[in-house]
Design a protein around this ligand. Structure first.
Ligand SMILES: [Ca+2]
Length: 556
């Protein structure tokens, strides 16, 4: 400990000297100038802000990850988090949210490769010079590689449950800021939160319940309505797993998608495989029935949909209410149901060869985990549905039973991010960006749209809302990333410009990148309710790939 303390004194001296030199040089850059190694030296082996700390420099190898100081910290009994400290700190903090049921400290470039996908938000922030903070939210999932699909930790673990619901972010922030002060002699000048899915929920929870914690927040595809989302997952998967002869083949999914595209793709000015003007698209489950139904209603092959298959489409699009008051507004038909990562992953995936369709689908796995862990609170819960000998036992959970009402109400109050009153956050100067993929098969965009509109009403109308928040829709994009649309967008830069310079964001630019990181095409990322309308030359394939050929347009 003595050598660490000595090192810290040397470091603090260096920081003070560097600050003095910066001041003498007349620079207006007030960020602390310790290197990653110096920050690591200051923190390694220490106990800071209630957390025990290990820290070491990770040296850059091939690939997109730079050299950085990796700070691994733990708050007893079970809250783990990391700080990733860059070589040249920009003075700001970026807190990257979790996903699913959390349960692991997410990697810098979670999906590997060279592409900073939308789940590579942490790496993108580190590369901009932010100190990146990520936590496991207070528990550890037990299935390697599927930690975030595990809720078997919930029964009998109220501390972890509360950390997951809302307290892990402020708890980690408190320690993280203390660590930064120890390493640099000063806290961050600005702190931002950015997350998708559960990370998007954590973003909104922070704005609603801890309005002074962050200067700016980005909520992507948030899990707003936990209870009704789980209910909708159950309803959707019942219609698939309980119908072993359903046979909703990929060819039939493509048949449906192509029918939607035929009706609606061109309504935005270009047939590009993305319905960017969904407000003008009237193709719905009823249209599908009249256009695609097999003669007589029985399955006669891949050129039509049987009545059982059309019932799946009905269920997908219909509003559903659970427990008398928890509304899921249903999904829209997008024409991207057949895109990889869409219905295949979320509705129909099998747990393995020979297993039934849906048994490995994400909606089923999350439904199973949420109901067995959070609602039935069954301590014998298997971590994953297909490991449970009881199989689809969660299908019998009745959201409408009076005996379940109190549990649903308690869980809703604890975990849902539906409070529209963001006035404390707004009045404190906070800025908030919403983002949602237009073809999200996990969380319906209708929820985010409705919540955004509820915020607009609560704060006093559109002009007031526009003073602190924007809602961006990314047409054709799946859950958080991927799909037929342009899924890459630098919301952090837009947020930072708004917070630090007062530059309110308008239309941004989104890209879809190839696996090697090169751009397939770009599009404007328009402020809701606008959509990108093609205004380039007709039939010009090169122009259609460029954002400059589109104009953000308000639907009539
Ligand atoms: Ca189109």
């Amino acid at each position: 400990m003595e050598s660490t303390d000595t090192g810290r004194l040397v470091l603090l001296g260096a920081v003070a000297l560097a600050a003095l030199l910066t001041a003498c040089g007349g620079s207006d850059d007030n960020s602390a100038t310790a290197t990653a190694q110096q920050a690591c030296t200051a923190l390694a082996g220490a106990t800071v802000g209630g957390a025990t700390v290990a820290a070491a420099v990770v040296v850059a190898a091939s690939g997109p990850v730079p050299s950085y100081c990796k700070v691994s910290a733990k708050i007893e009994p079970s809250l783990n988090f990391q700080l990733r400290i860059p070589e040249a700190w920009n003075g700001k903090l970026h807190y990257g949210g979790g996903g699913g049921f959390d349960g692991l400290v997410r990697g810098l470039n979670e999906y590997g490769g060279t592409d900073n996908d939308n789940h590579g938000l942490n790496l993108a922030a580190l590369n901009k010079g932010y100190i990146n903070v990520v936590s496991d939210a207070g528990h550890q999932g037990v299935i390697p590689g599927a930690e975030s699909v595990d809720a078997s930790w919930v029964p009998g673990n109220p501390v972890a449950e509360r950390l997951y619901a809302d307290l892990s972010v402020p708890t980690v922030m408190s320690s993280a800021v203390e660590m930064i002060k120890k390493a640099y002699g000063t806290g961050p000048t600005k702190s931002y939160f950015e997350g998708c899915s559960t990370g998007g929920r954590e973003a909104l929870i922070s704005a609603q319940r801890f309005p002074n914690l962050f200067d700016g927040i980005i909520s992507r595809a948030p899990v707003l309505n936990f209870t009704s989302s789980v209910g909708a997952f159950q309803t959707n998967e019942k219609g698939i797993l309980l119908n072993p002869t359903l046979n909703f083949t990929p060819a039939k999914v493509a048949l449906l998608s192509n029918a939607v595209l035929a009706a609606c793709d061109g309504l935005d000015g270009v047939a590009d495989g993305v319905v960017s003007n969904p407000a003008a698209c009237t193709f719905n489950a009823s249209t599908a029935r009249s256009a695609l139904r097999c003669a007589g209603g029985a399955d006669t092959g891949d050129t039509c949909l049987s009545d059982a298959q059309l019932a799946v489409v009905d269920t997908w699009t219909a509003p559903k209410t659970f427990g008398g008051k928890y509304l899921n507004p249903g999904w829209v038909l997008t024409g991207n149901e057949s895109a990889p990562g869409n219905w295949d992953a979320w509705l129909f995936a099998a747990a393995g060869p020979g297993a039934p369709a849906g048994s490995g689908a994400a909606q089923y796995l999350f439904e199973y985990a949420a109901i067995s862990g959070f609602l039935l609170r069954n301590p014998a819960t298997a971590p994953l549905a297909f490991l449970d000998p009881a199989g689809a036992s969660t299908f019998s959970y009745d959201f409408d039973a009076a005996s379940n009402s109190a549990t649903l109400a308690a869980l809703s109050t604890e975990i849902e991010a539906t409070d529209p009153d963001l006035r404390p956050f707004m009045n404190g100067g906070g800025k908030l960006l919403f983002w949602h993929g237009g073809a999200d098969p996990a969380l319906t965009i209708k929820n985010t749209t409705a919540y955004y509109q509820s915020v607009v009403a609560k704060v006093g109308g559109q002009a007031t809302a526009d003073s602190f928040t924007r809602f961006y829709v990314a047409p054709g994009v799946n859950h958080c990333q991927g799909g037929a649309g342009a899924d890459k967008s630098d919301l952090l830069a837009a947020l930072d410009a708004w917070v630090t310079n007062g530059t309110a964001p308008g239309a941004l630019t989104a890209a879809q990148n190839a696996a090697d990181g090169s751009s397939n095409f770009t599009r404007p990322l328009c402020v809701y309710p606008q959509y990108p309308r093609y205004t380039g030359a007709a039939g010009d394939a090169a122009a259609a790939k460029l954002a400059a050929s589109y104009t953000c347009t308000t639907p009539p």
